[in-house]
Write a protein that binds this ligand. Structure first.
Ligand code: NAP
Length: 219
């Protein structure tokens, strides 16, 4: 089993990479600038928003079969901003380039490898993607994660006929640089729960939007 995880040098991605490797999987962990230090992970450079960077990694992997890709890399930069002065156009561009285009390019670029491995695709979105749970604020991040959820839902429809399941996940509110130190759960619990969800992902539940601890999340 070979797993590719984007944004694996810190946070949830690193915890996923470490636990997946500890369970005997071969793990390709991607980083943007600074590779993780953990041994047992194949560290590879990848800027998810850049097609040339995606192609460079794809060329390096060649036709290597992948059993799972986890689109985890993401940014959240508009927390706490106000309608009066926040949400600059540049921030929309930057966030959508990573959280939406980055997810799509990753799936598109490594689809051949997933096909070869009869693998699965996991997209880390957020409960902040939900239209049902919409408390306001963080417009850019919420819209980007809603778009990532939408991508996952439509990819699941297209890839079902090929036998490739696609799941979309809320990892919990997790104590990372992004989640902050007052978040609910630590990265090890988030990763443990997410890996169980990925294991349970099949064609029967493809297109699911689930939380790290196995609850179905309203779209
Ligand atoms: N933490 C939470 O409570 C929470 C809740 C819901 C959803 N999520 C989602 O879970 C995922 C992981 O979050 P986290 O809390 O682990 O965040 P984090 O600690 O901020 O880590 C983000 C990771 O994404 C990478 N990344 C960012 N932009 C990138 C780019 N353009 N190309 C490649 N890699 C890039 C970062 O690399 P660098 O080190 O180079 O910056 C880092 O490895 C994200 O998609 C996030 O939206 C998190």
């Amino acid at each position: 089993m070979t797993v590719l995880i984007t944004g694996a040098n810190r946070g949830i991605g690193l915890a996923l990479a470490k636990q997946a490797a500890a369970r005997g999987n071969a793990v390709i962990g991607t980083y943007r600038s600074f590779p993780g230090r953990e041994r047992g992970i194949d560290w590879q450079a990848l800027e998810v928003s850049d097609q040339a960077s995606q192609r460079t990694l794809a060329d390096r992997l060649g036709g290597q079969p992948l059993s799972l890709i986890v689109c985890n890399a993401g940014i959240y930069k508009d927390g706490g901003q106000t309608l009066e002065s926040g949400f600059a156009p540049q921030l929309w561009d930057e966030t959508f380039a990573v959280n939406v285009k980055g997810v799509f390019l990753t799936v598109q670029t490594f689809l051949t490898n997933v096909r070869a491995g009869k693998g699965k695709i996991a997209i880390i979105s957020s409960q902040m993607a939900s239209d049902t749970r919409a408390p306001g604020g963080s417009y850019i991040y919420r819209a980007s994660k809603a778009a990532a959820l939408n991508l996952g839902r439509n990819l699941s429809a297209d890839l079902k006929k090929e036998g490739i399941p696609v799941g979309i996940y809320h990892p919990g509110w997790v104590r990372t640089d992004m989640g902050g130190k007052h978040a609910d759960i630590d990265v090890a619990d988030a990763a443990d729960g997410l890996l169980a969800r990925f294991n349970a992902l099949t064609l029967a539940n493809t297109g699911c939007f689930e939380t790290w601890d196995g609850r179905t999340h309203p779209y």
